[in-house]
Write a protein that binds this ligand. Structure first.
Ligand code: 3EB
Length: 340
């Protein structure tokens, strides 16, 4: 039903026939960003360095449903009977006029999410399973507010404007600082029923206290969906946060361990909600965002120590959405992983 393949852009451009027709969409990472030769597909090109190997690395989602491609404004998408993958990439200044009280990033975020919701409402994919958000200088302050908080304000405003819940049943997500480019968002939506999962070790992000911004981040710790008889789990970007507080300032090893404790707790929660699923840490596909590239070996060693050699793992250099966080880990499982 759903398959994740992580491959270099050079191999992506060689895919043909059925191997290409089954592509729903995905994201490619390199620094600087290079456009892979697949312009009709909804692929994000993120300016983000891959920390192992030289090549542009692409995370490609495949589906065995019959698929068709479409475009609506700035959104490119591909859809099947139950799944839709879309991507939008916006320059921060296009949605902003000089008399706007909102910052350019806030206005652009709000416009991007509103257009995503309009598309999904029109095409009838009510639930968003997973959103990937990337934009530059995530920790920089401008317009008297950190840019991550500007993003949160625009995101929440769009959810509210389109009548969507901002607590409870919200998508799994991540938000990371890229090295350049505009606001880039990829999303996976479904007609199937999804369940949002929270982590008992953490305050839900939508209930964070005001010290982290007046508008809370709109995301769940994970999303669970049943597709084609399989339970599929999307774990949001997970950091060294317990309760609502960052733990282990300046200690990337301890932060990595705390991320993995949180992921372990989310997996346990998912197994409780989907008793037949049997999600296991070593069977998940991981994406690890490391703020300082020199921490790669320490982070990698900690992950190997805790979960051995996972079936799929990618290390990227990215800024994490709190200045005191040095690492963030996301994961997914229950779907097929690898080439067919
Ligand atoms: C956190 O737990 C760390 O704003 O969409 C993780 C996952 C984080 C998603 C988002 C932010 C987001 O608060 C940051």
């Amino acid at each position: 039903m759903l398959r994740l393949d992580v491959l270099p852009a050079s191999r992506l451009s060689q895919l043909a026939g059925d191997e290409r027709d089954t592509i729903l969409g995905g994201a490619c990472f390199s620094h600087p960003a290079r456009v892979p030769d697949a312009t009709d597909l909804p692929l994000l090109n993120v300016d983000m360095a891959v920390l192992h190997g030289e090549e542009t690395l692409c995370e490609i989602w495949h589906s065995n449903e019959p698929l068709q491609s479409g475009q609506s404004g700035a959104i490119r998408y591909r859809q099947g009977d139950t799944l839709l993958f879309g991507r939008v990439s916006l320059d921060e200044n296009t949605e902003h006029s000089s008399d706007d009280a909102r910052s350019p990033l806030q206005a652009t975020t709000e416009a991007a999410y509103q257009s995503i919701f309009e598309l999904l409402d029109t095409l009838g994919y009510p639930s968003i399973l997973r959103v990937w958000n990337y934009f530059p200088a995530i920790n920089r302050e401008s317009h008297a507010m950190e840019r991550y908080r500007q993003f949160n304000t625009g995101r929440q405003a769009a959810f509210l404007a389109k009548g969507r819940a901002v607590i409870g049943n919200v998508p799994a997500a991540c938000a990371l600082g890229s090295a350049g480019g505009g606001l880039q968002i990829a999303f996976l939506a479904t007609r199937a029923t999804m369940i949002s999962i929270e982590n008992p070790r953490q305050v839900s992000a939508y209930h964070y206290p005001r010290q982290y911004g007046l508008r809370s981040p709109t995301f769940a710790r994970a999303g669970l969906v049943r597709l084609g008889g399989h339970d599929i789990l999307f774990i949001s970007g997970t950091a060294s946060i317990v309760g609502h507080q960052t733990l282990h300032h300046g200690d990337v090893v301890a932060q990595t361990q705390e991320c993995l404790h949180n992921i372990t707790a989310i997996v346990a929660e998912a197994n409780r909600q989907a008793p037949g699923a049997d999600f296991r840490l070593e069977r998940l596909a991981y994406k690890v965002y490391v703020r300082h590239s020199e921490d790669l070996d320490a982070v990698r060693r900690e992950i190997a120590h805790a979960i051995g050699d996972p079936v799929s793992i990618v290390f990227l250099q990215a800024d994490v959405c709190r200045a005191d966080l040095q690492v963030e880990i996301e994961a997914s499982g229950g779907h097929a992983i690898g080439s067919r």
